[in-house]
Each structure stands twice: as C-alpha cells, then as structure tokens.
Design a protein around this ligand. Structure first.
Ligand code: CO
Length: 458
C-alpha cells in the first residue's frame, strides 16, 4: 500500500523550531535534491513564512515561491492557508481571498491546505472555491482538539461537510501534538469508512506521541503524513522523515522515497542546524519532548505564553489556579480548538479571571468580537449569561463575518500607485500593511544602492 510523505522542513519545521527565520539562501542549494526524493509534496509556503519573509528576512515571499518553483519542477508545492484569514488573524473580504489564491496558484502553488480555527467551514468556502477554479488541489483541514463535545461522530460530520464542498482531500490537523495513537487509529478509520477522499495527518512531536500516532494512522488507512527531515524533526516539529520511512517500509508500505536522497538532504541540513544552535536561534527546549500538554490538554505554546504572562505580573504562583480556570473559560466560549488565535484568547481570559478574582470582570476586545460571532460559529454553545454580560443588547451576528466586508483589493491597489509594483505587492500590503511598506522601502534602497555601485564600477 502506498503512503504519501509531505516534507515540512521549509515551512512547519522551520516555523516550529526556528520561528521561521530560515532565509532562502540557506536552502537554495538543496531544492533540486529535494525534488528528487520522491515526496508527495513539499510544504514550503504560507503559515508564518509569508510574514517572516517580509518582517525579518527582507525577502519578497512571492519571489521566494517563484524561485522554489523554478528549482522544484516535479514535486508539488504545498502551502497552509487560514481560509478567510489568509495568513493572518482577521477576516478579509472575498475579493482579497480570491486574488490571493489566484496569485499563489499563478506563482506555482499546487496544493492548498485550508483550515479555519473554529472549524467553521463557511470561512474556507471561498478559498476552496477559488482553488478549484484555478485547477489546483484543495485540501480541507479539520483542526483537532479534545473537549467534551468533540467526538468521532462530530469529526466525521466535519469531514462530510468538506467532502460536500468539493475538496480533493482531507487533513486532520493536530497542531498541538495531543492526538494519541489509538485516537488517530479510530479517527482515520471512522473517516475512511464514511468519506471517499484521501485522508492526510498532520501532527507535531511536541508530546512525543507523533511517530506512534502517524504509524497507527497509516495502519488505519491514512493516505499521507507530514514529516520533517531528521535534523529538523521532532520536538515541536514533525516526526523524522527517515525514521517514518524506515518503519513504514519495514511494515510493507510503499513511501516512494529514495533513502540515498534523504541522506543527502539531511547531510545538507545538518550544518545549517548547527549554525542555528550556535547562534541561539534554535533552542534546546523546543527539540525535546514536553508532556505538559498531555497533563493539561493545553498546547505547549499556549502554556509557555501563560507562564510568561504570569511571571510578568509576578503571579507565577497562581499557575495551578489558571490551569483549573481554562476548562471553565473554554466551556463558556463553546469549546473552541486551542489554536491561534483562540489559544491566546482563552489563555489571557483565564489569567485575567484568576488575577482579578472575578470571572469576566475584564474581557478583551478579541473575546468580545468572538462572542459577537466575528470569528465564526463556536463549535458548541456559548454561555448565554456571558454573552449578555459582554454584549448587553447588541445582537451577535449569525451570518459569515466576511459578508459584512466591502471589497478591498482595487481600492488598495489604487492607493498604492507608484509604490506597489505588482498585484502581489498589493496583496502583501493588505496582509501586513506596515511591514510591507517597510519592505518596499528597503527594496527601493537596496536597488538604488546596486545601481550606484554598478555606475562606480564602470
Ligand atoms: Co503544524
């Protein structure tokens, strides 16, 4: 049986281990080799890569995509897209979502993995539709979480919704690494029994469950898994490509991967990893296993944010109370998956409830917007008393928030005349206005420097 392997070193591994700081020049030299390994796809764009290129690396993310495409000619390129949020946390109007997808496809993107933090699929419909129009591969992702209302039945229903939307494949997205091997087995089995689409599994090794979870998922019929080349694997990243390849081949699965090429890829990345460790960009902490998420059912990133917040307020001794408060807040908010931005909202609210000695004495504007329905529909019931306390007589919206937004692309394009050089620039600006503006300026300066240098040389 065939199992497809997606390599994440350029995106999720890069994001999880070194905060997405890998510049193009660090991996340029291995792209043609990556193309020869036999991967199902190369995850290389989206998520935080776009923001990081503009913000920290002074790279044009679109140009990065084109450059990758020019060297990776056979292996499909894959990206992570937050549906209506594109790459950020606010909702964009439909015309922007469509333009973004269209340009990503034009610049070489083949597979779009699309999700919504609340699994409110009204928020991915437009992106999926545009991907289908562009004849690219639309993969619908379900965010995995543990709560009293999330069960197999519920996940199968979500899978069915995605199938009805016309996606080409499904992905179970376990961003916190809390999906256990047996749960993965049962979940994949249940999905495969009802849904005809290929099922992919994305997890992290954060809690140490990752490799076992992937193996059990494949045993249950999972069609594809995400792995990272070993030097950029494990810890908060994905399970190692070579390890999974070895174990799967031994069990009689056909991964299509070439062991020799994998070794070449890993040999290339080893000194790069060493460089990040020396510079302190790769922290030993993220490379190990942290089982706290299993104890508290709270993702590792969320836990460390809360600890930092408590320390800053000299209240680290209240951590246990905060951890006890989290399930209450989650219940009141209708059990949102603990993925960004929900994980921050729940964490900050729990800290505030404990430190102020009263529930919801203070409520952030994000939680207020959430209760208003601006992020989408909560998976479960919102606490009606809380809604009343925060919104008063204001009515929450029940339609899709993006339906309330005016088209934006042409207007911004007009405003950026003389600044933006392409539609891609306009999209970068819409996604991250200040950072893109700074990037455009730096680009201008770099180029005028080059010009004056070449004049001097003459
Ligand atoms: Co991930």
């Amino acid at each position: 049986m065939k199992v497809r392997i997606t390599e994440t070193v350029l995106r999720d591994a890069n994001q999880s281990l070194i905060a997405t700081r890998m510049p193009f020049s660090d991996f340029e030299g291995i792209l043609e080799t990556l193309d020869k390994a036999g991967y199902h796809s190369l995850e290389c764009w989206g998520g935080a890569t776009f923001d990081s290129c503009l913000r920290y690396l002074s790279e044009d993310p679109w140009e990065r995509l084109r450059k990758i495409k020019s060297k990776v000619k056979n292996t499909p390129l894959q990206m992570l897209l937050r549906g209506q949020n594109i790459l950020g946390y606010k909702h964009y109007p439909d015309d922007v979502v469509r333009k973004f997808v269209a340009h990503a496809a034009d610049n070489g993107m083949d597979i779009f993995r699309i999700f919504d933090a609340l699994n409110d699929f009204r928020n991915i419909r437009v992106a999926v539709d545009e991907v289908l129009k562009r004849k690219a591969h639309a993969q619908g992702a379900i965010c995995y979480t543990i709560s009293p209302i999330h069960n197999l039945e519920n996940y199968v229903k979500l899978g069915k919704e995605l199938e009805d939307m016309g996606v080409h494949s499904l992905c179970i997205k376990d961003m916190a690494g809390i999906l256990g091997p047996q749960e993965a087995y049962d979940l994949v089995k249940a999905l495969k029994e009802t849904i005809k689409l290929p099922v992919y599994l994305h997890t992290h090794s954060t809690t140490g469950l990752g490799p076992m979870t992937l193996l059990k998922a494949v045993e249950a019929g999972c069609d594809g898994i995400d792995c990272a080349i070993s030097s950029f694997s494990n810890g908060t990243s994905q399970p190692a490509t070579e390890t999974m390849n070895y174990a799967l081949k031994q069990a009689g699965f056909d991964t299509g991967l070439d062991d020799k090429v994998l070794k070449e890829i890993n040999d290339y990345f080893k000194p790069i990893k060493a460089k990040y460790i020396t510079s302190g960009q790769m922290d030993a902490f993220v490379m190990g296993i942290d089982t706290d998420a299993l104890v508290y059912q709270v993702p590792g990133g969320m836990l460390s944010n809360m600890i930092a917040q408590l320390k800053a307020q000299n209240a680290i001794d209240r951590l246990d109370e905060v951890l006890e408060e989290i399930p209450h807040v989650r219940k009141d908010l209708g059990y949102p998956p603990l993925v960004t931005p929900m994980s921050q909202m729940v964490g900050v609210q729990a800290v505030s409830n404990v430190l102020l000695g009263e529930r919801y004495k203070s409520v952030s504007k994000e939680v207020k917007a959430y209760l208003k329905g601006e992020y989408g529909k909560a998976p479960g019931e919102l606490n009606p008393e809380l809604v009343k306390k925060v919104l008063g007589d204001e009515q929450p919206i029940t339609t899709r928030f993006a339906d309330t937004l005016e088209p934006q692309f042409d207007k911004v394009k007009e405003e950026l005349k003389g600044i933006a050089r392409s539609d891609e620039d306009v999209l970068s600006y819409i996604a991250f206005p200040q950072i893109a503006e700074k990037f455009f300026k730096e680009r201008e300066e770099r180029e005028s420097l080059k010009v004056s240098y070449s004049i001097v040389k003459k």
